[in-house]
Design a protein around this ligand. Structure first.
Ligand SMILES: Cc1cc2nc3c(=O)[nH]c(=O)nc-3n(C[C@H](O)[C@H](O)[C@H](O)COP(=O)(O)O)c2cc1C
Length: 207
C-alpha cells in the first residue's frame, strides 16, 4: 500500500490537457458571393468519433470566420499536415480569413471534388477527409461540429502496390502543449503486446 504523502503528483486544476493531438488544416467556403473564396483554419481540437459511418468532430469558437462558413455550407475538409505544410498550418492558425486570403498568402491550391458542393480541399496536403456536418453542439467556448467523412483523397505516392495507404510515409505532424512535433517512428503496433513471436519479428523487421 502506497502512503498518500509519498505520491508526488501536482494538482493542476481542470484544463483541456489531452496531449498529443493531431494538428489539421480545415478548409471551407461560404455559400454566398461575399464568401466565395476558400478559407483555411488550423485546429487541434478534433477527433474520430465513429467508424460506421466514419465520423469526425471539430471544435471551433463562434468568433472564427470559419465557424460562419461551416455553419453556412454544412461542409468542410480536414487536411492532414506534414512537415512541408507546417509553416502554412501555423500561419492559418494566427491569421483570420476575414482579412487574409490564406490560400493565396500560403501559396496553396484549392481543389474541388464531386462529393462536396462548397468546401475545397488543399492539394498540397497528403491526405484530405471530405466531411458533411451532421450535428452542431454548443459546448461553451467552442461549438462542436460532428460530421460524416464522405470521401478520403490521398496522394497517389502514398499508396503501395496492394492499394494500401502508407500513412507511415506521410510525415505527419503532431501538436503537444503549444509545440509542433514530428513523429519519430513506430514504437509498437495495434496488438503487439499479444502478438506471436513470428508476427513480432516480421512486423518489426519491416520498419
Ligand atoms: C496549433 C493551433 C491550434 C488551434 N486549434 C484551434 C481549435 O481547435 N479551435 C479553434 O476554434 N481555433 C483553433 N486555433 C485558432 C484558429 O486557427 C485561429 O483563430 C484562426 O486564425 C481562425 O481563422 P479564421 O478566422 O479564418 O477562421 C488554433 C490555432 C493554432 C495555431
Amino acid at each position: 500500500m502506497i502512503n498518500k504523502n509519498n505520491i508526488k503528483k501536482t494538482e493542476l486544476g481542470p484544463s483541456a490537457m489531452l496531449n498529443p493531438v493531431p494538428v489539421i488544416m480545415l478548409s471551407c467556403r461560404g455559400t454566398g458571393k461575399e464568401n466565395s473564396r476558400g478559407n483555411i483554419i488550423t485546429l487541434a481540437w478534433t477527433g474520430t468519433v465513429n467508424s460506421e459511418p466514419p465520423m469526425i468532430s471539430v471544435s471551433v469558437r463562434k468568433s472564427r470566420f470559419s465557424h460562419q462558413l461551416i455553419t453556412e455550407s454544412g461542409e468542410f475538409v480536414v487536411n492532414l499536415v506534414d512537415r512541408k505544410l507546417l509553416k502554412a498550418c501555423d500561419f492559418c492558425g494566427v491569421k483570420s480569413g476575414r482579412e487574409t486570403d490564406k490560400f493565396t498568402e500560403c501559396k496553396l491550391t484549392p481543389y474541388y471534388c464531386a462529393e462536396l458542393k462548397y468546401a475545397p480541399a488543399i492539394l498540397e496536403s497528403p491526405v484530405s477527409l471530405l466531411c458533411k456536418v451532421k450535428q452542431q453542439i454548443e459546448l461553451g467556448s467552442h461549438d462542436m461540429f460532428i460530421a460524416e467523412i464522405v470521401s478520403v483523397k490521398a496522394d497517389s505516392e502514398l499508396i503501395d502496390s496492394k492499394g494500401k495507404l502508407m500513412m507511415n510515409k506521410a510525415g505527419l505532424a503532431a501538436y503537444s502543449h503549444g509545440e509542433y512535433y514530428a513523429l519519430s517512428g513506430p514504437i509498437g503496433f495495434f496488438g503487439f503486446s499479444v502478438a506471436r513471436p513470428e508476427v513480432l519479428k516480421r512486423r518489426l523487421r519491416k520498419k
